[in-house]
Ligand binder design. Structure first.
Ligand SMILES: Nc1ncnc2c1ncn2[C@@H]1O[C@H](COP(=O)(O)OP(=O)(O)OP(=O)(O)O)[C@@H](O)[C@H]1O
Ligand SMILES: [Mg+2]
Length: 253
């Protein structure tokens, strides 16, 4: 699905009641089946951008559009993964992943069948009946990702999906994400603070300025697919990662 931000800006009220510009104005387009990573300094408005695209944050000015239609409410073909895994501690892995299907009114038998078929792809088949407290950080993130995939959305909005994980687990999970996506290619917008991860996964990397986040650079990543772990040692990869780093560093300390 084609997404577009047109001069989108979001302001909040600061603690003293004054206007706090959080995001933009920012404009860019994402074409169908494109994978776009968004990087930028902490607090620059990345989560706000994701929430605006998800229809959860009304813009103060400008618009977010999907297929030319203004996004003014949560839309059916979108699924969002928030910055923390946000699992319900009283529900098993099976019931956490099945939650969106339950909300959609799908019968218990049908939703369990769908989730049980998905669990092996997430390497969670032995943990269907485990509770979130029994999972590692990486497993919890895989459950949260499962909750996105199970909805079969046309657009994935991922806000630092691997935020709290160590470098090797991140790399493994991010390549798994590409594999899971290959089965049913979607449009993806993913926030990350990791430059290598952004270049390894994306077709384009968008660099945002400090708050209120505007577009600083839009870097096309013309590396072949499928992306493989060893690509991070290729000259082309290193050049692109350097370019993105330079764009971030140009923002100043
Ligand atoms: N609901 C809110 N009410 C008031 N201010 C908010 C609200 N949500 C975010 N902000 C402010 O808007 C700015 C952007 O926040 P946002 O969470 O989008 O940043 P971010 O780029 O995702 O940061 P991080 O990389 O740390 O996750 C911050 O200054 C934050 O304090
Ligand atoms: Mg954030």
């Amino acid at each position: 699905m084609r997404l577009r931000l047109r001069e989108l800006a979001v302001d909040f009220r600061g603690p003293d009641g004054s206007r706090l510009p959080a995001l933009g104005p920012i404009s860019f387009e994402v074409v169908t089946e494109e994978f776009v990573c968004v990087v930028g300094p902490s607090g620059c408005g990345k989560s706000t951008l994701i929430r605006a695209l998800a229809g959860l944050q009304p813009p103060s000015s400008g618009q977010a559009l999907c297929e030319g239609e203004v996004i003014d409410r949560p839309m059916q073909p979108f699924a969002i993964m928030f910055q923390d895994a946000n699992l319900m501690p009283w529900r098993t892995v099976l019931d956490n992943i099945a939650l969106p299907l339950e909300i959609a009114g799908i019968s218990r038998a049908e939703r369990y069948e769908t989730v049980l078929n998905l669990l092996p792809q997430l390497h969670l088949e032995r943990f269907a009946l485990a509770y979130p407290a029994e999972l590692s950080g990486g497993m919890s993130q895989r459950v949260a990702l499962g909750r996105v995939i199970v909805q079969n959305p046309r657009v994935w909005l991922l806000d630092e999906p691997f935020g709290a994980l160590d470098a090797l687990t991140r790399e493994k999970l991010s390549l798994e994400l590409l594999r899971l996506r290959q089965r049913n290619v979607q449009t993806v917008i993913m926030v990350t603070h990791d430059i290598s991860e952004a270049v390894l996964l994306a077709d384009r990397v968008i660099v945002m300025s400090r708050r209120p986040g505007r577009l600083v650079a839009d870097v096309r990543v013309d590396l072949p697919r499928p992306r493989l772990p060893d690509m991070i040692f290729d000259d082309k990869f290193l050049q692109l990662a350097k370019r993105v780093r330079a764009d971030i560093e140009s923002l100043g300390a």
